[in-house]
Write a new protein. Sequence first.
Length: 60
Amino acid sequence: MATPDTRNDFVNELGHVQWAQVPLNAALDKLKTSREGLTSDEAEKRLAEYGPNKLPEEKV
């Protein structure tokens, strides 16, 4: 039986993954995480690589 592939089966016409449609285990695999979340070491690595998970402040 073929399993869904987030690169193809859950991608919309704009090329964006429709995460709400992706089965949990496939999403966890794609995001390289687990139900328990990231370890502290992995979180530090991702913070260094991608920066903080926050939106830029809005200028008023």
